[in-house]
Design a protein. Sequence first.
Length: 502
Amino acid sequence: MSRLIAVTGATGYIGGRLVPRLLDAGHQVRVLARNPRKLRDVPWRDDVDVVPGSLEDAGAVEALCEGADVVYYLVHSMGAQAGGNFARTERAGAEALARAAARAGVSRLVYLSGLNPGERLSRHLQSRSAVGRILLESGVPTVVLQAGLVIGSGSASFEMVRHLTDVLPVMPAPRWVLNRVQPIAVRDALYYLEKAAELPDEVNRTFDIGGPDVLTYADMMRGYARVAGMRPPLILPLPVLTPWLAAQWVNLVTPIPRALAIPLVESLQNDCVVQDASIGEHIPEPEGGLTGYSRAVELALAKIKRGDVETTWASSTAVAAPSDPLPSDPEWAGSRVFRDTRTHYTSASPERLWEVIESIGGENGWYSFPLAWAVRGWMDKLAGGVGLRRGRRDPRRLQLGDALDWWRVEALERGRLLRLRAEMRVPGRAWLELTVSPRGSGSLYFQRAVFLPKGLAGRLYWASIVPFHDIVFKGMAERITAAAEAASETAPAATTEGRAVT
């Protein structure tokens, strides 16, 4: 039976995968999006109704719930607000949705929360528990699904395991690596979310969900190594590694930034296993049974290898991240703006040049002095930023809103313009813009870096990096155009992979 289903968090890791499943099941879907432009390039954009706004916007929440049969609450604050008011923000959002859903006569709320160990809850798990209580007491029948570590291509939990194991053959680790965890494959979490909408009205409660395997975190790293064909790491549990120190370690060694590493690490201080297995009395296991951990890792690695990662943990833009679009030039009047512009003619066609531009970043590199980019990435990591190792979702094709190393795709006119907004920690706001235009029998490549400084620190920052611009920006322009020309000569009819020339 087709129903109208509303989804919050549709631009996030889980929401971005749930929406197409709901559409495939024949439902009408409405989503709430703080920045609707971010959905422009997702495959299902034209199949959903988009309500612009956020949970802080009462009118938008009312519009989201109006006429909806089911509403999914898939918003959470991990990595969004390291400083402090995330619990208040989450509570206000849950209360706003609960009121709107009750007034609109919504028949079912579904919320994805975290497994509750029952003691010594982290701040983020406390907040999630509070959100669950608000929804359960809303008067609207509610299902709260509590999941632990979600394993899938691009999930924060999987990326943390993957990078720790890939990088460290010998791993000094905190004692919590010996705590028990019960991970769940993302496909099974999505299955339970979808089926929860079909439960009868009298069901108003919390359920734990998890996969078939109960492991230690150390077992998970060794299991990943086996599936990936690597030698299992030697893990040395050390009592001196506090949660704070462990989070700094995760921040430095993996793409996970400090603001997200802290709640992830805090959630592992206790055993994280299913305590109430009654979900099976209401929702049968998926056909073929639940996915084991090794199989979940195998599926995730296969998707990464194929470049078929629908969403990643970086799909969600942190609330605290810079988000203002690049101001138009007239609005710069009266403000201090620094620019670095480069123009380069190439005999390569606009199509060939664009293929190289769209493939920059991640494993493909930045067509510039690699050590300079690596050092800047490590500096950002040390400052608690996202660093350079966040990578990209697809090795060849970008979407509006994609994370690209320490950048976010802010504007994308395929074949002509790519504008990236910096999400690194800098005293100001920064953008990098790459443009292609036809010129005679070839193309004109235009590259512009723009920096709007904040105070004296911003001006000093720009002055400190000016000496490196010829190395980084000039080299980038020259090597991108050279790569396009080389691709034209070697494979004129094929698509270039855009490999970095370094």
